[in-house]
Design a protein around this ligand. Structure first.
Ligand code: LLP
Length: 383
């Protein structure tokens, strides 16, 4: 629910824009930090979810590290003041340039996704006479029970080293003087709401950790990735249940003394703190369907077009009246998939009404594009 003060603030601004509620972000971060502390777990923020500077500054101040997936994300994390010893660099296709730059910055760790990548990092680190800390990302073949486009931990996915490649991996690690193995890494998918999935992941992590130990490796770190989902159908349910989430890992990981457990959360930290605020440009009442045409489109928020993702839509100019009309809520882009929701029950709407598309803090602003030569996406923050 938006207050009258929010709506007055919105009415003065040019639409569309992302609105960020910084107080809610702060509460979410604190709730996560507190729940992680109980178990002594380390949290890295998955920057890909949103690399807006203002958000990054709050996240860094909470003491979280940064999980980066490109050289530019590594640079951005350093620029925003994240501690280099809390920066990890993951990604299935790191270029030589990106690896070299990360080596120069002495980041904490590379999450390595193939045997060949281990060889490349060893060679590049050798040229600099440096030792790179590495964790092996293993594909555990655990079903995340989420949308197939955001599942990453199955045999058919491109991510991580498959179990059958681990012997080759161990061999390369043993003969590479410029690599220091520190642990194993997993990430099985995103928007995971069934916590049972994480229990299955823990059991696989235990097996893989034992596999490495049996071969003489010391597994100093277990990185279990991110993926904790948010409630898109109920954006007022603002803070995910971090306690229950971390408890699963506390209960089922066979943690060794002095072993660190790392997490890479993105969506759960920033997803609910934002809405995309847009205006109704036109209302078309047809025989079969009614359309609301917004000034925001898939260029601002791509998730519905790309994954048929659900985002709650509200007419915030008419909050007090009853919702009685079904509309297809669409954008101005020349694509049929440019649709935020079909048959959405809303108050009778008119040109100029403000429409909020909720839960857009993660993978919203960062996935916007210039298609149709659209303007840069605007943002505003809670006062
Ligand atoms: N760690 C790794 C290795 C990842 O690939 C990801 C997300 C994360 C952590 C953070 O996951 P999270 O906690 O945010 O679920 N654009 C899609 C989501 C793609 C997720 C990519 N990887 C969406 O809009 O749903």
């Amino acid at each position: 629910m938006f207050s009258n003060k929010d709506i007055t603030q919105f009415a003065e601004l040019e639409t569309p824009f992302y609105y960020y509620d910084l107080a809610l972000l702060q509460q979410t971060l604190e709730s996560c930090a507190e729940a992680a502390k109980v178990h002594g777990f380390h949290v890295h923020y998955a920057m890909k979810a949103n690399f807006n500077d203002t958000l990054l500054d709050s996240i860094k101040s909470t003491g979280f590290g940064a999980d980066c997936v490109s050289g530019n994300e590594v640079k951005k994390a350093i620029e925003r003041g994240f501690n280099r010893q809390q920066i990890v660099f993951a990604g299935v296709g790191k270029s030589d340039k990106e690896i070299n730059e990360a080596l120069d910055e002495n980041i904490f760790c590379f999450n390595v996704e193939s045997v060949q990548e281990l060889e490349v990092i060893n060679a590049l680190a050798g040229k600099k006479n440096k030792v790179a800390k590495v964790a092996v990302r293993i594909n555990p073949n655990v079903d995340a029970h989420t949308h197939h486009n955001i599942t990453t931990g199955l045999d058919e996915n491109k991510f991580g080293v498959n179990a059958w490649d681990l012997p080759a991996c161990a061999e390369v690690l043993k003969k590479s003087p410029f690599l220091e193995f520190i642990g194993i890494h997993f990430h099985i998918g995103s928007q995971i709401t069934n916590l049972e999935v994480y229990k299955n992941l823990c059991l696989r992590v235990n097996e893989f950790a034992a596999w490495f130990e049996d071969r003489g490796f010391i597994v100093r770190m277990l990185n279990v990735g991110g993926g904790l989902g948010i409630d898109y159908h109920n954006p007022e349910q603002q803070i995910p249940d971090f306690k229950a989430y971390f408890k699963i890992f506390g209960d089922f990981l066979e943690k060794r003394a002095n072993q660190e457990v790392h997490f890479e959360l993105g969506r759960a930290l920033v997803g609910q703190c934002s809405s995309l605020i847009s205006k109704v440009l036109y209302v078309k009442n047809g025989k079969k369907k009614n359309f609301i045409i917004l000034d925001a489109g898939m260029t601002e928020l791509m998730r519905p077009a790309l994954y048929q993702a659900y985002h709650q839509i509200e007419n915030i100019s008419k909050q007090s009246s009853a919702a009685t009309v079904k509309y297809d809520v669409v954008g101005p882009i020349c694509e049929s998939t440019d649709c935020f929701g079909k048959e959405v029950l809303l108050q009778e709407s008119e040109r100029g009404d403000l429409i909020a598309i909720r839960s857009t803090g993660a993978y919203g602003e960062v996935m916007s594009s210039h298609y149709n030569l659209r303007e840069n996406v605007r943002v505003t923050f809670s006062k």
